[in-house]
Design a protein around this ligand. Structure first.
Ligand code: KIV
Length: 275
């Protein structure tokens, strides 16, 4: 068959080609309705394992399973048309061996319809990234603050405070890029570190708490919409306060139900008819 397959979606190639050009816009999405709303406005939808904390109320991302990522990835890929969909590989699904990583990544791509996977880790994960890329799995890397290593890092704190940390982040970024990743999330680090990483690697960097020096930005959608509870990290800007709107709507629903003014005639079948 020689029919040319034209996709309206961003591809890993079109995203990689944006290095040093106009900023790449990325947001997380975990559900079909949110994917539908975000898709026309972003270049990439990231089905992050942050869903463990945002959707399931976990304390960290460590309890997220491959099955959860596949279910949410399928919802997002199915509801979007133009954004590149990248699904996070959850903790424990890729660290054991390149073979384990391939098995998990193959399930994610085959069962969700997403175009790429993301995994956390620098130099230590480079052989795994090369193994996946050589076998046709596009990989987005993730260095700096890596939430799956929260126990080893001693909490969700910005990385790159010391010269040693800075050198490690740079070496990690270069190793991930050399291994064939098509882009790289840089999380929770200082502007000077993000700038050096972005200058040193030939692939686009996507920052989260990593300054505008990066080639693109990502935020957790619920955080930027004001839908998350609790204290937000310093790097989050609230572009809306939807908690307030949701609360007001729910209060008014409860008032109407209690007053028997909802449902009204417009919401009823055969209002006023006697049978
Ligand atoms: O899990 C996640 O949502 C992420 C992005 C925010 C970078 O890793």
């Amino acid at each position: 068959m020689s029919a040319e397959i034209k996709s309206r979606r961003h591809s890993v190639r079109t995203i990689a080609e944006r290095k040093g050009k106009d900023p790449i816009v990325v947001l997380t999405a975990y559900t079909a309705p949110m994917a539908r709303l975000l898709d026309p406005h972003v270049d990439c939808l990231m089905v992050g394992d942050s869903l463990g904390m945002v959707v399931y109320g976990m304390d960290s991302t460590l309890g997220v399973t491959l099955e959860m990522m596949i279910a949410h990835g399928k919802a997002v890929a199915g509801a979007s048309q133009s954004a590149l969909v990248v699904v996070d590989m959850p903790f424990g699904s890729y660290q054991e061996s390149p073979q384990q990583a391939f098995h998990s990544a193959a399930r994610i791509l085959a069962e969700t319809g997403a175009q790429a996977v993301k995994l956390e880790g620098g130099a230590i994960m480079a052989p795994t990234i090369a193994f996946l890329v050589e076998r046709g799995v596009p990989v987005m890397g993730h260095v700096g603050l890596m939430p799956q290593s929260v126990n080893g890092l001693g909490g969700f704190r910005a990385q790159g405070r010391t010269q040693a940390e800075e050198t490690r982040i740079l070496a990690d970024a270069v190793a991930v890029a050399d291994a064939g990743a098509f882009s790289l999330v840089v999380e929770g680090t200082f502007e000077a570190v993000a700038r050096q990483v972005t200058e040193r690697v030939a692939i686009p960097t996507i920052g989260i708490g990593a300054s505008p020096a990066c080639d693109g930005q990502v935020l957790v959608t619920e955080d930027m919409l004001g839908l998350s509870g609790g204290t937000l990290p310093k790097f989050v800007k609230r572009f809306a306060d939807l908690n307030v709107a949701v609360e007001a709507a729910v209060k008014s629903y409860a008032t109407d139900v209690r007053a028997r003014t909802f449902p009204g005639p417009e919401q009823c079948y055969g209002w006023g008819k006697t049978s």
